[in-house]
Design a protein around this ligand. Structure first.
Ligand code: PSU
Ligand code: MN
Length: 308
C-alpha cells in the first residue's frame, strides 16, 4: 500500500517536469458553504490549467490521501457531511480510521512536498489568533512553513488573526514573507494590513528565482516561504469596513465559547452572514487570484528545470 494516491494527470506532469500547483481542501470542506465551495474548486483548477500548470487538490477521502482529485472525488468532498479538518496532528489518524476530511495548509504542505510539488495556492494561512497570549492558539501552519520546503501563495493572514504576532512568529521561525508587487502585507479581504512586509518581489519569475536559490542551499537552509498576494482592487473590502465586522464576529465567538480548530470556520461563516455574502465573493476572488500567480510561479520554476 502506497502512502498516498497521485492522480494520473498529476503523476504525468511530475514525471514530465512540467508545472504543478498544489491546492488545499479545508477551504472546500470548512471555508465556504456548498455549492459555492465546489464552484470555487472548479474555477481555481480551470485557472491553473489556463496558465499552463496542472492543479493538484489534496484531501483525504475514505482514508486515502489523494494528490489530485477527479471530478467525482471533488464533488464528494465538497458535499461531504461533517468532514474533518485535518492538520499535521490528525492527518494520519483520518487515514488510519478510513475517514474523509479537508487538509489545512500544514497538512497540504506535507503531502505536496512528499509528492514533489514545490508551489501551493490557498486563500489565507492560519496564524497567531487574537488573544493567543492567554489561549495559546497558534496555527500548526506556521510550524509547517518553518520545516517543509513548499512556497505558499496566499492573500496574507486573515484579519481575524493577530497579524503583527503572526509576522513575528514567522520571522522567529525563519520563514521568508514576500509581498507581491507592493510594500505592505495584505490582510486577506483587504489589500493593506498597514504593516510593511519583510521582503518584496514584483514578478513570478523573481519568485521562482528565489525558490530555486533556496533549493540550492537545501543542505543547510530548509523550509517553506510565504508569498502574500493582495486581493484585486475591484474585489477588496477596505480595512476600516472589515475591522468593524471582524471585531463583532470575534466578540461573538468568545461569548459563544468557540475554541480550538472550530474558531476559524465559525468566524468565516459568521462574517459571511454579517456581510451578507460579500466576504465570500471576496474570498473566492482572492483564491482565484492566488491560483493564477501560483501557476505563473510554477511555470517559471519548471522552465528553470526545477519542480521541487
Ligand atoms: N482561511 C480561509 N479559509 C480556511 C482556512 C483559512 O479563508 O478554510 C483554513 C486553512 O486550511 C488553514 C486553516 O490552513 O484554516 C488554519 O486553521 P487552524 O488555525 O485551526 O490551524
Ligand atoms: Mn488553532
Amino acid at each position: 500500500m502506497t502512502a498516498f494516491d497521485i492522480s494520473p494527470e498529476v503523476a504525468a506532469a511530475l514525471d514530465a517536469g512540467t508545472a504543478v500547483v498544489a491546492l488545499e481542501s479545508t477551504i472546500i470542506t470548512h471555508g465556504m458553504p456548498y455549492p459555492d465551495n465546489l464552484a470555487m474548486a472548479r474555477s481555481v483548477e480551470g485557472l491553473i490549467r489556463e496558465a499552463g500548470a496542472t492543479p493538484a487538490t489534496i484531501a483525504v477521502i475514505d482514508g486515502r490521501l489523494h494528490v489530485g482529485l477527479d471530478k467525482d472525488q471533488a464533488e464528494a468532498l465538497a458535499a461531504a457531511q461533517a468532514p474533518l479538518k485535518l492538520s499535521r496532528a490528525d492527518l494520519a489518524f483520518a487515514m488510519a480510521r478510513g475517514l474523509t476530511g479537508g487538509t489545512t495548509v500544514a497538512a497540504t504542505m506535507m503531502a505536496a512536498h512528499a509528492a514533489g510539488i514545490a508551489v501551493f495556492a490557498t486563500g489565507g494561512i492560519g496564524g497567531v489568533h487574537r488573544g493567543a497570549e492567554t489561549s495559546f492558539d497558534i496555527s500548526a501552519d506556521l510550524d509547517e512553513l518553518a520545516r517543509t520546503p513548499v512556497a505558499v501563495v496566499c492573500a496574507g493572514a486573515k484579519a481575524i488573526l493577530d497579524i503583527p504576532k503572526t509576522l513575528e512568529v514567522l520571522e522567529t521561525r525563519g520563514v521568508p514573507v514576500i509581498a507581491y508587487g507592493q510594500d505592505a502585507v495584505p490582510a486577506f479581504w483587504s489589500r493593506d494590513s498597514g504593516l510593511k512586509a519583510p521582503l518584496r518581489l514584483d514578478s513570478a519569475d523573481d519568485i521562482a528565482g528565489f525558490i530555486a536559490t533556496r533549493a540550492e542551499l537545501s543542505a543547510f537552509e530548509h523550509g517553506g516561504m510565504l508569498i502574500a498576494n493582495p486581493v484585486p482592487q475591484a474585489d477588496e473590502i477596505p480595512t476600516e469596513e472589515m475591522q468593524i465586522v471582524i471585531e463583532r464576529a470575534v466578540g461573538e465567538a468568545q461569548q459563544a465559547g468557540i475554541g480550538g480548530k472550530a474558531v476559524t470556520p465559525w468566524l468565516l461563516e459568521r462574517i459571511l452572514r454579517i456581510t451578507d455574502g460579500r466576504s465570500l465573493r471576496t474570498n473566492i476572488a482572492l483564491v482565484e487570484n492566488n491560483a493564477r500567480l501560483a501557476a505563473e510561479i510554477a511555470v517559471a520554476l519548471a522552465r528553470k528545470g526545477r519542480q521541487s
